[in-house]
Design a protein. Sequence first.
Length: 168
Amino acid sequence: MTRRMGFLGGLGVGLAAAGFLMFPHHIVLEIIPTDSDRPVLCAKMRDSEEVVLSFTHSVNRRPVYDTIRVTRDRVIVVKSRFDAFGAGMPEHSTSEGTFRVAEDGWIEWTINRPMPEVVVRVGRVANHTLRLKGRDVPLADLAPPGTAVAFRPNVYAELGLWKGRCLR
């Protein structure tokens, strides 16, 4: 009887370990070229963790910082920060977002817009850079300029994290 319990106990531990390795429970941000289904980067995220996409505005050549929150099933474009107006940049509050000048003089456009993904075309001179996990990742290092890439949440199992070589 003791031997049987040992076997069953060991089987239970083995099944629990297999479940942990194979059951999707880790939130991941994937960056995937839109003409592919294979991520060029993935990063393990906490629920509602934020990343910042920075770039140089194409007209006024000033920096813009977009904050994106990652959840289990969507990304939320939280806000943009910029220090000068340019084509396509908001100039006042609307039904879509709130405009304010922060204490440091930067302009903030807060929208909190949930989306299934955010698509960005890697700029040739915009220097799109993703700030995540304490690292700056130039998008041009992941995909050639002109390539559209999607920032998409996903849920991975532990085994998928290892296989996908995700940043932790």
